[in-house]
Design a protein around this ligand. Structure first.
Ligand code: KG4
Ligand code: ZN
Length: 330
């Protein structure tokens, strides 16, 4: 049988499905986005997200199989996100995957979403060399971890409050930019000058982060200066975020021997972050590993590739949704 893993991702607001080989090549992929649904509320509405996954999941699986010209019989196994994420959305994904696995006679692996983001850096081609320093920046998480080739992961820093993606989304809402905020803030920031003096939070937190103070500082500034050019506010906010993220990466690379810096998660789609990370890696003498843009935000391919690691380890248990998984967990 050919080595073909069906990866399914439903932890938040995207229904992602893909078929992936163990070397990271993606045979087919589709993402059914719920952006229009949640834009009305300025953020993800969990109950609506679960219902939208119910509607989208089987048609998206069907589409990916059709695009690849494959039948269920051709698949080796199924990998599905079991956490962390929104519990209702995880239940839809894991139950659907178990149903498909039972019906098609395939093993089903429950995959840690954070390990999926980590493995997104090896999609299409192998990039990561070990030991690696991981910066994971998404809507749900902001963390630094030291990763070994064996798959052992040590968490070395994480946010004490908001994730950086959450801060982008909230500041975007303050500026009336809609959801998701990250891409809109990035575009606006590029046309502005960073002339607002914002804090660089978490200087004293070693490798931990904190973004809620920065978000509040932007809110206070906007209340006091409603006429200030929004592009300058966006540029100042992005610069403050990046200063903090890159300073922590620099410290982490100095403390933990690393062959490369891996930057993954939705915020890794930011061109400004990509540029700043490239400069840091040049200066630090380590390689930079970035997933292609389409694999930075949530997708099924990263879950499919991570599922091959579970397959190799024989981690075959009925997938139980778990919202509390950390990057160190399987
Ligand atoms: O990884 P992801 O798709 O979902 C989670 O696992 O959370 O990340 C979504 C986050 C959102 O906060 C979104 O605003 C942010 O990634 N994002 C960006 C960009 N594209 C998405 N942030 C900054 N710049 C971008 N271009
Ligand atoms: Zn994610």
């Amino acid at each position: 049988m050919a080595d073909l893993m069906l990866g399914i991702e439903t932890s938040c607001d995207d229904t992602g499905v893909a078929i992936v080989r163990p070397d990271g090549s993606v045979v087919a992929s589709a993402v059914a986005s719920q952006v229009e649904l949640h834009d009305r509320y300025g953020g993800v509405y969990p109950e609506m997200a679960s219902r939208a996954h119910v509607d989208a999941i089987l048609p998206t699986v069907r589409k990916v199989l059709d695009d690849a010209g494959l039948r269920p019989d051709d698949l080796t196994a199924i990998g599905v996100t079991r956490g962390p994420g929104l519990i209702g959305s995880l239940v839809v994904g894991t139950n659907s995957a178990v149903g498909l696995g039972d019906g098609w006679g395939l093993p089903v692996y429950g995959v840690n979403h954070l390990r999926g983001h980590l493995r997104s850096a090896d999609l299409d081609e192998r990039r990561v060399t070990y030991p690696a320093m991981l910066l994971l920046v998404s809507g749900g998480h902001t963390l630094l971890a030291h990763v070994q080739e064996s798959g052992d992961v040590t968490l070395v820093g994480s946010t004490r409050d908001d994730s950086v993606g959450e801060a982008y989304d909230k500041v975007a809402r303050m500026l009336g930019l809609g959801y998701p905020g990250g891409p809109a803030i990035d575009r606006l920031a590029r046309t502005g000058t960073p002339d607002v003096d914002l804090p660089r939070p978490a200087r004293d937190l070693a490798l931990d982060f904190s973004f809620s103070g920065l978000k509040s500082a932007v809110s206070r500034f906007l209340a006091a200066n409603p006429e200030h050019p929004p592009e300058n506010v966006a540029a100042s906010f992005v610069e403050a975020c990046l200063d903090v993220l890159l300073a922590k990466c620099r410290t982490a690379l100095a403390q933990y021997p690393s062959e490369c810096l891996v930057v993954v998660g939705g915020v890794a789609a930011s061109p400004q972050l990509r540029e700043r990370a490239a400069t840091l890696c040049d200066e630090s003498g380590v390689a930079l590993c970035l997933p292609p843009l389409r694999w930075s935000t949530d997708n099924g391919a990263m879950i499919g590739l991570a599922a091959w690691d579970y397959h190799a380890r024989g981690l075959r248990e009925r997938p139980r949704p778990d919202t509390s998984l950390t990057i160190a967990d399987w």
